[in-house]
Every structure is written in C-alpha cells, then in structure tokens.
Design a protein around this ligand. Sequence first.
Ligand SMILES: [Zn+2]
Length: 391
Amino acid sequence: MANNFSFKLIATDRSTKARVGEFSTPHGTFQTPAFMPVATQATVKTLSPRDIKDAKASIILCNAYHLSRRPGEDIIKELGGLHNFMNWNGPILTDSGGYQVFSLSKLTKVIDDGVEFKSEPDGNKIFLTPERVIEIEEALGPDIIMPLDQPVAYPTTAELARLAMERTLNWAKRSLAAQKRKDQTRLRQPACGTGRGYGGQVLFGIIQGATFKELRKECTERLLEMEFPGYAIGGLSVGENNDLMFEMLQTMTDIIPETHPRYFMGMGTPADMLRSIAMGVDMFDCVLPTRNGRNGWAFTSKGIVRLRNSVHKNDPAPLDENCQCYTCHNFSRAYLRHLFNAEEILGLSLVSSHNIYYYQTLMENVRQAIKAGTFADFMRDFSAGKGESVT
Ligand SMILES: [Zn+2]
C-alpha cells in the first residue's frame, strides 16, 4: 500500500475556475470533483460497502464525534482501525463533530477551551477539545481528518461571527500541535502538486466567518499561514440565500492557492455543486442522496421522482432510463413504489444506491466536460434540462 498523499491538477477549465484533480491517499486515489456519501456511524445507511462501490463512490465520510461515543475509538482501533472495522478499503474522511456544535446547539456550550455536549443516549456531559478530537481521529485512522471548529447559525452578528472565527483559528493551531502520529511530521507543508510523502493522515483547515466577507478573507489568510495541505469551507449552506453563499465562496476560493484541494462541507444539491465547481471547489459531502432515497425521492436526469406519487403505481419504466445502476437495470417504478408503500427495507436501499450512483455519474460527467473544455456548456444544459421538476 502506498503511503503517500498528493494532490495534482490534471485539467483546468478555460472559462470557469473548474478543475479536475487527482487525490492520492494511502487507501487509494480518487479524482476530483468528488462527492463523498455520508457514513456518519461507519455505514452509509442501508448500503453495504459492496453497494457503495457498485454505486461508484470512491471516498466516504464518517463522523469522529459519533464514533467516539459509540462504539468508542478504542474498540475501533483494537479492531484494526476504521477501514478494517467497517470493511471499506478506500479513502475515508472524518468530520470532527464541529457541525454538531451547530446542529445540537441546544445541547452544547462552547467556551474557548472546547465544547461541552450533553450526549443523546445517556445525557452524560462530554467535553470535546481540539486535542481530544485529534486523539480520536488518530485512533480511528481515516485518511483525511477535520479539526474541531465552530460554525455559527444564520443570521448572526459580526461580533459573534468573529468570536467563533477566532476560536476556530485558535483550535486549528492547537489541532496541528496535537498531532502525535510519527508518520505525520511533514504534515504542515503543502501536500499539493509535490507528490511528497505525508504519512498516514492529513489534516485540513476549516474556514469559518459566517456571511461576512472580510471575516471569510481573514480566516482564509490566517489558515494559509499555518500551511494546511487542504482547506474546508465550513458554516455555509445553513439557511443563507444562494447569492450570499456564493459571494462568500468566491471570496475564499479566490485566495486559496490553486495547488490545494478545497472541500465544501455539507453542500449537496446538484445545481449548487455545479456552481461551486465552477468556482474551484473539489470535494463535497451531503446527506441529501441517502436521506431523500430513504424517503422515496430519486434524483434523475429528468428531475426528481417521488415514488409515493400515485402516477407511478403501474409504471413499468425504471427510475431513470439514462441510468446504468443496479436499481434502474432491474426494477420498475411500480415495484419500487410498492416497496415504499409496504414499508419494505429493500426500497430504502435500492433508491439510496441509485441516488449515490446518480451523484457519482454527475461528478464523472463534470470531470469529462472539464477535460474536454465544455464545462460551461455542460452547466447550461444541466440547468436547462431539468430544473426542479418533480413527478
Ligand atoms: Zn439508477
């Protein structure tokens, strides 16, 4: 197994900032732009690792905080690390739990030293510090790790946004200092384009700053000084309008050196991903394809198909005639609708895997268009072709 991290650009678009990259990790190489299915609890809900591979995903995302609560990182480490434990031998990225600060905010208290959570299953208090998060992630052993950060809810004041940004920057510095794995000594140097070895794990910096342009800029610049091998865009897509979100995104992608991977955390509608890719984003994750899949919503080349709608009750057609996935090859809309109505688990799994396949195919088509120099046309055709139609 290779032990090197590298990120190299293999194509750039002429009319936008879209690019195709190749990200190598100790558990394999994937091309960007890439979509990572969410496997919070070390499983992409309802899918086996074989299903995930069949759906063409090459990297997945797990959650360090949740796994430290249950089953505990010591058990996972004892069983050979996260890759062995869940039997996924491709690249894994772990989120730190920073987003839980935001999504469980009624249960949390944030102070300069870290975050206090009231844990859901037992009501016990847990104190999460940047150092503790790195300790968990080093024990779990994923390829790409995220530091503890503090996203803030939208809307917020400039004062609160600055406070959270300063904490995020301070925690980023503490996270770098907390890394103990001996194979990570060169981690602080830029990983990109050099092909040099970076040991077993890389830590990204997370940019915060809410919807304040000057804070986004300052946060990016101060993280760049710390020389992370990649940069994550956090705290967006949390209720602000799209114009504001893309204005913030542009501010950050304009400053991050082209040589470094950019990851937009939690971003996941197809149209928004395309617009982000045009601004130079390389990586995405979102619960949308799997959560919607479990609700009987399918993404297709003709728009959203909602299987509970009675129009599908005797339809022999597949979800998407243009899709090559296992579900579309083998099952009709009528059968899938029946599974949802009968509350059969197979339906959740078949539509989730179709949705992941749809996302992966979209990314593959995007990469091909960038390489062929036709990405701007691809974007135009995509938005003209389907819109938000629901059947
Ligand atoms: Zn399909």
